[in-house]
Design a binder for this molecule. Structure first.
Ligand code: PLP
Length: 386
């Protein structure tokens, strides 16, 4: 029996999306060409843009298609820093310590290259961003050149939902733009692009059952100025490059399907996740559930198992046909403990035994039962392995 519980890393494509994607791959024409073939391709892109805009409550003009959320995030954080390049001092970016590496590595690079100064924001023991610290930083130095605040909507490792409303309220008081990395939350909980009054938002197609290699940076029409990262044919303002017709069409179809099941899947997955949680606890294994108890992504369960190495647990579960992760997929195979757990105050040793289970629309009660069944044996073998 094969069990896939790593949906936060990537989601299997919706079958109807896969079909549409492969069909659309046969469309001939560069969407920037002015002949009939080109214009037909262009129409498909425009329709996809309109569909996504309508589904999320945005203006079609606000959507920039990218190669994925890594590019979207890099575009906003670097674009904001570069927009301040004539400042006397490097502009400040406020960044929670628990962001995804797409953000962490981009801002660390900016700081090392002298383009920005990063003000690191701490989190509490559940991995929830410290809003008071954001307020203190913004109040602290009225003369500082603040380029913006960026935050996850929900932590992609431990699942805790972040106080986006409060962060935006604080930032707005100081006229500071906010970008959200909505990747892990979009399609799983309500993400309120219009209501949150954001500057920008990053989302990714393969996290909602669309193809890999497509994403979007949604940028408010009133957004603070940011520089383009990718220059070339000016196909889209702020993002050049021939546009991916099939990917864009499939992305829009996946968003439509995924947003259509948020409400029902939220309840179903929460129940399955809680069954898993109770089953693992009831197994008697010495483990700690991480992240917020009641304000977390419905499909995420994160635990640390005492005296075990998460990588060993992962391999032993894999041997049983069960795919999970120890944290973020992009950090898989990295021997260091998770920066998220360390920021939450978990010790190096405690953080080593991390396991993240993420569920999705194909997850069944049998899948959950199988994990609960093999878990004690897997843990004792992991402990024996040392
Ligand atoms: N942000 C979060 C929270 C993610 O989980 C990921 C992917 O793992 C990314 C950003 C990067 O997204 P992409 O794979 O589309 O580049």
């Amino acid at each position: 029996m094969s069990v896939y519980l790593d949906w936060a890393a990537t989601e299997p494509m919706w079958p109807e999306v896969a079909e549409l994607y492969t069909e659309t791959l046969h469309v001939v024409g560069n969407p920037s060409s002015i002949h009939r073939h080109g214009q037909q391709a262009r129409t498909l892109i425009d329709e996809s843009r309109e569909k996504i805009a309508q589904l999320i409550g945005a203006d079609p003009m606000e959507i920039i298609f990218t190669s994925g959320a890594t590019e979207s995030i890099n575009t906003w954080v670097k674009g904001r820093a570069f927009a301040h390049r004539h400042s006397m001092n490097p502009p400040v970016l406020l960044v929670p310590q628990t962001e995804h590496h797409a953000t962490l590595d981009a801002v660390t690079w900016l700081e090392a290259a002298g383009f920005a100064k990063v003000s690191w924001i701490g989190v509490d023991g559940d991995g929830v961003v410290d809003c008071d610290q954001i307020a203190d930083v913004l109040r602290g130095d009225e003369d500082a050149d603040i380029a913006g605040v960026t935050t996850l909507v929900a932590n992609n490792e431990v699942g805790s939902i972040q106080p986006v409303d409060d962060i935006v309220a604080i930032a707005t008081q100081h006229g500071v733009p906010v970008h959200i990395d909505a990747v892990g939350a979009f399609g799983h909980i309500d993400v309120d692009w219009a209501g949150w009054h954001l500057d920008a938002m990053s989302v990714s197609s393969h996290k909602v059952g669309g193809p890999v290699g497509v994403g979007a940076l949604v940028v408010s029409r009133d957004a603070a100025k940011f520089e383009a990262l990718v220059h070339g044919g000016t196909q889209q303002t702020h993002r050049s490059g021939t546009m991916d017709v099939a990917g864009t069409v499939a992305f829009a179809a996946a968003v439509e399907l995924q947003l259509g099941v948020v409400a029902t899947e939220r309840v179903r997955l929460e129940q399955l996740r809680d069954t898993l949680r109770q089953g693992l606890i009831a197994s008697g294994v010495d483990l700690t559930v991480r992240g917020s108890d009641n304000n977390r992504l419905p499909h995420n369960l994160h635990i640390t198992v005492a005296g075990c190495d998460g990588d060993v647990l992962l391999y032993l579960l894999d041997d049983k046909g069960i795919s999970v992760s120890t944290g973020s997929a992009c950090q898989a195979g990295v021997p260091e403990p998770s920066h998220v757990l360390l920021a939450m105050g978990v010790s190096d040793r405690g953080a080593k035994g991390a396991l993240r289970f993420t569920l999705g629309r194909n997850t069944t009660p049998e899948d959950i039962g199988r994990v609960i069944e093999v878990f004690p044996e897997v843990v004792s073998r992991a402990r024996a392995a040392g």
